[in-house]
Design a protein around this ligand. Structure first.
Ligand code: PLP
Length: 392
């Protein structure tokens, strides 16, 4: 039966994804089921989206209730869920104001516009190894040549500096620099690149203050408890002027947001920026429920705690010759191999574990924050078998 879907996809859907041969039909917590009823432990979690687990009853309930009440209105009117979500986010982010959109890339696009508007300057500094999205503005801030090249010309006013290098940022700043943008931990292109110094982001903050340049943190992947703190900025104790978020914000429902300090947010005037679906009642209701679950189930602490357990268990794998490095924070973990990881991904799937690769040789683990120790044990045992099978 899955074959029918593969065929129809090949006929009707853009072929821009390299999909695994799997039709997923349902999920609960950290488990998903395919169309044949086979069960998988999900260490992909919609790519760091399902932090509260699949189909959390409180999220499902909020979506159901909101769907029966009001699904969409546009931003020509006020809606209760949007305002409530902004208030809630102000508490968990300690930022002042929020603009809602639908995805990570859209949040980054908006952040670029806001930075230009607020600073009246044009240039950006981003890091080598960065990933900020796939639309033209965010792609201009994304370092990877493979993603950029086919779509040039991109925005030219972007300079790249090595991640971790504070002086390089200082040297690159000119009178035209609007903002520096950084992921607190580089994931998608950077391969889980954790700052070498805990004070890196604080040092960048200082330079930005000194030179009157805005600082943007892209927390699309690091947000909502994933790394064991609410956001990356909390672990590194640095505050940005502008922050982007998406992925786990909606508990699985598509929503993104730009957060900004009051003095920056107010630089957007009516007409400067908009999104038809942004902050739609259904998305906001889902996001409020998801944040409530993160709070009530203490998932931020859980990510730290069970993430440490996961790292400990994974350390067994370093006996394999092909395992070069195991790194991560909370439940954002990567295992770097000296071989291509595709085969391991395939073997693991056949054994009931879903993982994926960032770059060819780094396996990423971003399971729901509700994953249990027992499930982690099964994942690690599965990996041991797979690495063994791959002749490692
Ligand atoms: N920024 C970061 C740090 C990301 O990791 C991603 C996606 O992986 C994006 C932006 C783009 O988000 P989206 O895929 O929702 O557009």
């Amino acid at each position: 039966m899955a074959e029918d879907f593969f065929k129809k996809d090949a006929e009707f859907v853009f072929q821009n994804y390299t999909r695994q041969p799997l039709v997923l039909v349902s999920g609960k917590g950290s488990i998903v089921w395919d169309i044949d009823g086979k069960e998988y432990i999900d260490c992909v979690a919609g790519v760091a989206v399902n932090n509260v687990g699949h189909c959390h009853p409180e999220v499902v309930d909020a979506i159901k209730k909101q769907a029966e009440t009001l699904i969409h209105t546009s931003n020509l009117y006020y809606t209760k869920p949007q305002i409530e979500l902004a208030e809630k986010l102000s508490k968990v982010t300690r930022m002042d104001r929020f603009f809602f959109c639908n995805s990570g890339t859209e949040a980054v696009e908006g952040a670029m516009k806001l930075a230009r508007r607020a600073s009246a300057k044009k240039d950006f500094i981003a890091a080598e190894g960065s990933f900020h999205g796939r639309t033209m503005g965010s792609l201009s801030l994304t370092h990877k040549e493979r993603y950029r090249k086919p779509f040039e010309p991109l925005i030219k006013n972007v300079s790249f500096v090595p991640f971790n290098d504070v002086d390089a940022i200082k040297d690159k700043i000119t009178k035209d620099t609007a903002a520096v943008i950084l992921e607190p931990i580089q994931v998608e292109s950077g391969g889980i690149n954790i700052p070498k110094r805990d004070d890196y982001l604080c040092a960048v903050r200082e330079i930005c203050d000194e030179k009157d340049v805005l600082l943007i943190f892209d927390e699309v992947q690091t947000g909502f408890g994933r790394i064991g703190t609410w956001f990356g900025k909390d672990f590194f104790k640095a505050m940005p002027d502008i922050m982007t978020m998406a992925k786990a914000l909606g508990g699985g429902f598509p929503i993104g947001a730009i957060a900004a300090t009051d003095n920056i947010a107010c630089k957007f005037e009516p007409g400067d920026h908009a999104a038809t679906f942004g902050g739609n009642p259904l998305a906001c209701a889902s996001a409020i429920a998801s944040i409530n679950v993160i709070e009530s189930e203490d998932l931020v602490f859980r990510a730290k705690d069970i993430g440490a357990y996961f790292m400990d268990e994974l350390s067994r794998l370093s006996d394999f010759e092909t395992v070069k490095d195991i790194r991560g924070m909370g439940l954002l973990i990567g295992v770097e191999l000296s071989i291509k990881g595709g085969k391991i991904v395939d073997y693991a799937r056949k054994r009931g574990v879903l993982i994926n690769c960032i770059s060819e040789s780094i396996i990423r683990f971003v399971p729901p924050l509700v994953i249990t120790k027992d499930q982690i044990d099964r994942v690690v045992s599965c990996l041991e078998v797979c690495l063994g099978e791959c002749g490692a």
